[in-house]
Design a protein around this ligand. Structure first.
Ligand code: HEC
Length: 455
């Protein structure tokens, strides 16, 4: 509907302008297609694409929930839509397979916002403001009440000012048996200060040890859990949609595990208090395949001081037949761009993801619409560039040599890739959920090879 409307409106407007330049329109000119209105056209776009962040007490700096709020900024809305800077979505649409939950505006939606702004943002007729779909409430879980809710054991106080904090909190899962989950939903206790979250599984009590050694609730760690872990639970960044894994795919949370929740806090100028919750949704259908996250990592990276464009590569050699479901690119403050491909044993190159303008504030997991088969012997490659010249995001002024490490002032290059074992059917008796062990053994072998090579 909106598509056809906007296209034809642009066409008619364009024609009338040309005609008007040639000849005076007759006195009783036929009515030009009406400009889009807020109630009929614009509100639906904002609700679908913007309001999940642009609402009260959320990540975006202003709300777009009412006519008045949208009218005031009509030209800004059109401008960011045209520049494709909003909604924030960093994947290059012309590279790689179609992605799930792509929030990118269509050409027609962009045109509607432009025509509306240019027509002086009419409110129009239609359903009353209050009849609009209510914005989701703060407390509600978007996938419904989770089966298991884990909560930070204590409140954490974020001081009014100072630099960003990266804090890990250990939460015992108290699970009495292994479970497979289809989704993890994070509910920040205080969206004003919570920038993003990640969670990890710890079976060894490593997190507890670290926690004991540091004062106050939790401990500080910039990159991940900061201790050896036994699995991960994905993460949350502002605006991320929570999704269920495809039917038949689950993520294992072993009994007795601790969950280590890592929160990135961004001080707001006021003292803030947070107590974040994690909701686990158990798989409803029998689980045939278990997803695990492999990675192409380059921990030998070295970025010379002042160099604006350092290329770094990483690779993962696929040890058995798998299918890829999604990827999570990861770098820190100095990343410029990130591209991931897979070369199959027959030489075919499959594009996976391209993030042409790396933004450390928006780190997402991108799920493919269709699984990508990666036979044994394939290689997943990452080619990324870093900018270690003087710029506002560079943690060092003046720049200095940067190597791998977990702190905000170190760098990382990791291409996580979520895979399942091809043909795995855990409902068959005797079938093992052993992909994590296969991947772990591969990393141990790689580590040993590299260690001996250095001698
Ligand atoms: C995922 C969260 C998110 C979504 C979705 C989102 N925004 Fe934003 N928006 C932000 C944040 C955060 C900022 C503050 C600037 C920044 O951090 O990039 C912002 C800033 C803006 C600005 C100020 C200009 C600027 O660059 O600072 C405009 C205008 C804007 N958004 C419009 C929109 C419109 C229109 C949509 C929907 C089509 C939208 N946003 C969707 C998070 C979001």
């Amino acid at each position: 509907m909106a598509v056809r409307f906007a296209r034809s409106a642009a066409f008619i407007v364009g024609c009338t302008t040309t005609l008007a330049a040639v000849a005076q329109p007759p006195a009783a000119a036929p009515a030009v297609a009406p400009a889009p209105t807020y109630r009929k056209d614009v509100r639906a776009i904002l609700q679908a694409r913007c309001v999940n962040c642009h609402r009260k007490d959320n990540v975006a700096p202003f709300a777009l929930e009412t006519y008045e709020q949208a009218r005031k900024r009509a030209h800004d809305l059109a401008a960011v839509a045209e520049a494709r800077t909003m909604p924030p979505w960093k994947a290059n649409p012309r590279f790689g397979p179609p992605l799930k939950h792509d929030p990118t505006l269509s050409e027609a939606e962009i045109e509607t916002l432009r025509l509306w702004a240019d027509a002086d943002s009419p409110e129009g007729e239609g359903a009353d403001e209050t009849a609009a779909a209510p914005a989701p409430t703060q407390g509600a879980w978007s996938l419904g009440e989770p089966d298991v809710v884990l909560e930070m054991l204590e409140e954490f106080v974020v001081p009014a000012s100072g630099s960003d904090l990266y804090r890990c909190f250990v939460i015992p899962s108290r699970l009495s048996h292994d479970v497979y989950i289809s989704a993890v939903e994070y509910q920040p206790g205080n969206r004003r200060v919570v920038h993003h979250l990640m969670a990890f599984i710890d079976l060894q009590g490593n997190g507890r040890e670290r926690d004991k050694a540091e004062e106050g609730p939790g401990y500080t760690s910039y990159s991940g859990a900061g201790v050896p872990i036994d699995g991960d639970l994905g993460g949350f960044a502002a605006g991320n949609q929570v999704v269920h894994l495809p039917e038949g795919v689950g993520r294992l949370v072993p009994r007795g595990s601790d969950v280590i929740l890592q929160v990135h806090y961004h001080p707001t100028g006021k003292r803030e208090v947070d107590r974040t919750r994690i909701g686990l949704h158990l798989c409803r259908k029998p689980v045939e395949q278990s997803i695990h996250w492999a990675n192409a990592t380059n921990d030998k990276l070295r970025l010379p001081a002042g160099d604006p464009n350092v290329e770094v590569k990483a690779a993962w050699h696929v040890p058995i037949d798998v299918e890829a479901l999604g990827v999570t690119p990861h770098m820190h403050q100095l990343g410029r761009d990130f591209r991931m491909t897979a070369t199959l044993p027959d030489g075919t190159v499959r594009e996976l993801i391209d993030v042409p303008h790396w933004d450390p504030a928006w780190q997402s997991t991108y799920y493919f619409q269709d699984r990508i088969p990666l036979p044994k012997g394939s290689t997943v490659q990452v080619v990324a560039h870093f900018d270690n010249s003087a710029h506002p995001l560079n943690p060092n002024s003046p720049p200095k040599v940067i190597t791998w490490g977990p702190a905000a002032s170190d760098e990382m290059l990791v291409g996580y890739i979520g895979v399942v074992k091809k043909g795995q059917d855990l409902t068959r008796s005797g079938e093992k959920d052993d992909l994590f062990q296969i991947l772990a053994r591969q990393y141990v072998r790689k580590f040993n090879r590299e260690r001996y090579a250095r001698r």
